[in-house]
Design a protein around this ligand. Sequence first.
Ligand SMILES: [Zn+2]
Length: 489
Amino acid sequence: MAAPAASALPAAAATLQATALAAGACHGCALRFAGIRDGASYLRPAAAEGAVCAVCLGVLQAAAGGGDVWWAAQLVGELDGSGYACRGRALNVSVTTPASMLVRDRLMSIHLKRQGHALAVAPVPVKEAARAAVETLVRETLGSTSEQASSLSVLIGWQAADDMGAVLRSGSGEPPPKRQRDRHQWGAKRKPRGPPPQASTAATVKLLVQLGDEKVATFCECPPLLAERCTLSPLQLDQKSVFVAGVYCKYQRGLPQSPWFVGGACTEEDGERIGEGSLEELIQADLCPMFRAALDHRFSSGGREDKDVRMLGEGRPFLFEIRNARAPAPSEQALLAAEQAINAHAAGRIKVSGLRLVTKEHTDFLRSCEDTKRKHYRCVIWTRRPIAADDARLRALGELKDLTVQQMTPVRVLHRRTAAVRPRTIHELRVDRVNEHVLLLDMVTQAGTYVKEFVHGDLGRSTPSLGSLLGSEVDIVQLDVLAIEYAAE
Ligand SMILES: [Zn+2]
C-alpha cells in the first residue's frame, strides 16, 4: 500500500498527529507516526518549533528561522568541502541515529496506543525519515543520487546528550556492559578514560523486544521527557579503492622497483633512503595526483627483477591500488594522458603501457604470475678461463635442453626465505662467444630460478652452474629480462 500524502490524511491520522504533537513530538515525528515517507516533507518541516522534539531530539526540526532542517546547510557544506567531488555523483548514503531515539520512539508509540490510536501504518523510524530528507537534499542541492552500489560512502549520524538505553537497562536490572580497558604498550592495563560509552543500538533493540510495552513504560517516563537537541557527528566519507593495472619496462640499471630504506623501513621518516628514486615513484608521480590521493596507495607486480636488472620486451604487469581517492574514477582518455605523462617524465628510465581500471581480483592474476611463468633472460658473462671458439665445453652447453639445477636458497636472500634445496629447470640455453673472456648467454628458465646463482654457482650452492659446466670462474656483467611467459598464454 502506498503511503498517504501529507496533505490528504485520513481523519484518524490527523487526530493521531495532534496527540503526538501535544505529547512533545515535532511535526516531522507526527508525520512518521502517520507513516509518511516523502523526503521533501522531512527536509522542509511545516514550521520552526521552539522546543526540542522529545522523540527525534530535533533531527526532524527546522532551523531557527524555518526552512530546511537545521543540519542541512552544515551537511551540504561538509560534503562540498570534503574534496571528494560529491556534486553530481552517486553516493552511498548511510544514516545512523543514537539508541536514545529508539527508546523515545517506542515510548511515544506506547503513549499513542494508550490514547486509543490504532497505529494502522508502522511508524517510519527516525533514521528512515532522516535518510529520505538527506536523499532529497543531496539530489536538490548537489545533483547527487543515493545509490547503494556507489563506491563513495557517506555516513551521517547524530549524537544524543542523554542515554535512554542506559536508563532502560538500569531499570530492568541488567548490569552495565563491561568497559574495554586500553592496553598499555607493555601489556599493563590502564583505567579507561572519558565518559562511559552510550548503550549500543543492538543492545537497546534487544532490551526493547525483551521488556515489552508495559515494562518499558514503567522504567522510563511515557510519553518521553523533553531533552537537549542532539548534535550532528563529524561526516565520515569513504571511497573504495580504485585499481589501475598496466605493464612496465625498465631500461635503467640500478633503479629499484620500490623505494629502499635502511633497515627495511617503509618511509623516509622511519629510515634513511638508499639510492635515488624507484620505478614505483616514477609511475606514482603522474598517476596518483589524478585521483587526488597523495601517497595513499599500494604497488604490486607480477614478480620483480633485481635493482641492477633491466626489464625489456613486453614488460611486466603491475597494479596500483589507490586508496581513498578524492576524485571519481578517470576516463580512458585521462588514463592515456597519465601514461603519456609518465613516459615523458621518465623517458629512458621506464616505460608504462596499457593503463586501465581493473577490479580487486586482478591481484590474483598478479599472484599467479609469480609461479606459472617461464622467463627469458639475456646476460653478459665474464669467464676467467679463456674460451676458444672451438671450446668443447662451450659446444656442449649449446646442446643442453631442460637442464635441472638444484638450487639451495641463495646466501643473498637467506635473511627473508627459508633455507631449502629447490630443483629448477633451464629450458633453453644459447651461448654466443663475444671474445675469449666474454660470452652472451640467452636462457629460458622456469619461474623462480635464481639466474645469477645458476651462472656463478653461489659457492657450490647451485649445481650444476654455468661455471661448473664451463670449468671456469664466471660472473654476470649484465642481466636483462627479455620476456615473461604466463600460464594463460
Ligand atoms: Zn521529532
